[in-house]
Design a protein around this ligand. Sequence first.
Ligand SMILES: Cc1cc2nc3c(=O)[nH]c(=O)nc-3n(C[C@H](O)[C@H](O)[C@H](O)COP(=O)(O)OP(=O)(O)OC[C@H]3O[C@@H](n4cnc5c(N)ncnc54)[C@H](O)[C@@H]3O)c2cc1C
Length: 439
Amino acid sequence: MAVWVSAGGCGLLSPIRGRLRAGRAAVLAWRVPLRAAGTGPVYDVVVSGGGMVGSAMAAALGHDVHFREKKILLLEAGPRKVSGRLPENYSNRVSSISPGSATLLSSFGAWDHVCSLRFKPFRRMQVWDACSEAMIIFDKNNLEDMGYVVENDVIMSALTKQLDAVSDRVEVLYRSRAVGYTWPLTCHLSDTSPWVKIDLADGRRLETKLLIGADGQNSMVRKAAGIQNIHYQYDQSAVVATLHLSEATDNNVAWQRFLPSGPIALLPWSNLHHSDFIDTAGSVFRSAISLLMPSGTAARQLPPSIARVEPKSRAVFPLGMGHATEYVRHRMALIGDAAHRVHPLAGQGVNMGFGDIACLAHHLSTAAFNGKDLGSLKHLLQFETERQRHNLSLMAAIDLLKRLYSTNVAPFVLLRTWGLQTTNALSPVKEQIMSFASK
Ligand SMILES: Cc1cc2nc3c(=O)[nH]c(=O)nc-3n(C[C@H](O)[C@H](O)[C@H](O)COP(=O)(O)OP(=O)(O)OC[C@H]3O[C@@H](n4cnc5c(N)ncnc54)[C@H](O)[C@@H]3O)c2cc1C
């Protein structure tokens, strides 16, 4: 059984400024979507599924200047996640967020909210094998952040705020489950609707020029479109919990140890009992040492010891792998777990979903700017090609790692020991891995 734990406490650090934020024009009056004869309203884009990926997709389009005149709908089966006061206790559901994902969230102002709530950057990652002495250390000597640990609720809260900010062009329907989709013909006949029809559980019917399926691993959009999903369950579950450390540490290292029964990871959280001055002085001293002794910073460290588990913070999640053979059809695109599901050992699931958004939003924005049909396969296929190229190689690497480390048979242990030691010794290879994973 894999154990996935996050080290808890409180507190958190420096904001990234919104680098790519799209300028917003003056607030537009609410525009009622077109209504085709005998049917429901017609939207330009409907995003089905308002998890982290669907909400970010709707917010990204809502903040895009080229979508100023467009009507977007986000459908979510669950209730609105109220963004009130941050609870004192850490949630046990956290995600390791890559710098690339933080840039995407910054582009429409959500990362500023994350920073004003709480998050924890990490600058070092130590991965080692339980069956040998082999290990690999990823270290950012230039003091750049390698990634951020953020509670999923904090991300949702930030996204909800940014959806509220564009409520004039993004309508959000909570407690609204889509129960059926009807696809248009690719060649339009005058007596049929050219749009995708969506039936809601409460009997309402909507239409859209483009349907984006962000409805998770059991995606109904994917199933309704008849897209094949290659998938299997790992014989593993993830256990997550919030932990209290026994001693004060830098707490900016992500630890991961591969046991034959599955990986165990310890992600950093708060710096309780730390002062900013001591932390900064320590970082400067370490970078000075790394200049004098370039290999000195890559020394093996021991992970901190655990004092106790936060009561009622344990939860279990079955793990599996899945990949949709197609991400797009005429007037439809899949993103996030609806398109791909991975083992969390590399902390890439939602990052891949955010990568899908950056790519799809770019192509849709260009299409909107050029006055093109948003549901056209032409630009949707470009999105599919770009994302499948990235996602498939990442998924293959994650699956290979999972399988290679699930055994203690000597030839495999030897193979991975040499592999890990060689990679650890080759800085350019490590740089390449870090740059790929940080997208
Ligand atoms: C233990 C664990 C640790 C993880 N750690 C990391 C990590 O560190 N980093 C990382 O990048 N990823 C991580 N992941 C993966 C990450 O959590 C997922 O990839 C991510 O949550 C997927 O988001 P999503 O929005 O695509 O799907 P979901 O979160 O499944 O959201 C789908 C949404 O669609 C809604 N919906 C479904 N059907 C309908 C319908 N018919 N009509 C309307 N709404 C509908 C649902 O209510 C839901 O809100 C982890 C996963 C696990 C299990």
